[in-house]
Design a protein around this ligand. Sequence first.
Ligand SMILES: [Zn+2]
Length: 397
Amino acid sequence: MTETELRFGYLNMVLYESDMDMELRAGDLATRPDLSQHSFKSLLDFLVADHHVKGRTSTDLCQLDPRDGSMIIYAEHRSLRRDEHADTTTKPTPATCPICANQLTNVVDFAAQSHGFTFISQNMYPVLYPKNLAPETTTKSALMPDPGHQGRIAFGFHLLQWTSSLHDRDWHNIPLADSMITLQRLAILEEKVLRHSGGYMPLSCEKNGIHGYVSIIKNYGPAAGASLTHGHQQIAFSNIMPQRTFNNCRFFERHKITFNEYLWRENPEHLTIAQEGNVKIIVPYFMRRPFNIIVLPDTNAQHLHQLTNKEVHDVAVAMQKVIKTLHLLMPELGKEVSYNMAIHTGPDNRLYVEFFPVIQAIGGFERIGLWICQLSADHAAAQFRELYQEVTLDGID
Ligand SMILES: [Zn+2]
């Protein structure tokens, strides 16, 4: 471990110690908090009590585009965020990183890795915030009729999972065992909020007793909208259902199979990049942007916390190898590595992970739903497969 790494680890330990009193007062979360040991209520209280986000919360206003059901959350405070990429004359480094300098909110979950640790904290400029609303306002009328177009209440919370405490470590260069820990911590959080938030969140799936919606995404690189270089995932827990989640539910209603099963059945075999255990890595036949990739587990799990350990392993292998491949591919294309990732989950949808490398800009045709893709799915699959086969993982034979 380098001196910088040691210093960062030490500073974080100090942070936990100094925040101990507040943490205990706020919600009885201990110094190295383990979410599996705490109730949903204590998590909620802890997030509300965090003074770091005071004055930086959204107005809870959500509007819906009547043409296609897109959700728009108004969050003006987000424009105040510090963008590490704003100064184009210098490259961001650990020395300029606010996370390495401990400019972050209180930590809600912590897990050691082979080097450093992974942890979850509240977004300092949260898109969703746990409002103290009367249960009848929230659990019964999350998307209340809105004839005056005043907007809907959007509430919940917005967390960040830091892949590693060490600045330069992220999915493309951590050992497999560490990426599995990272996924498992997400699964613990997801289980906690989906299954234990009754009375606060409306039901999203009566069959499964699941409340609210969890959205997990990753932005990597400035072109993909990442304002911070320290590797992270974003987690939104909300009463509102993102459009793609809604569309996946609708897909199941219409076709009586999930979108995941549809892809297993219908996507042409020559567009499969590889198979890792029971997980396929594919280019969808309807690829709308170059190298859109889908990681497709053969699973009954709708949510991360329903994956078996073997499935977590296989999904982690596939995710890491796809990301490592993007790190080889994008420089070859003369691009800085930039991609978005989304973990699509239920209800009525079997889990899959989608990657969106930022390679071709979105133009006017795309804005009207006519996607002009400058690479064919066949060529993308062939090119991606060639690089994918060169990739190896630390911790796998
Ligand atoms: Zn950092």
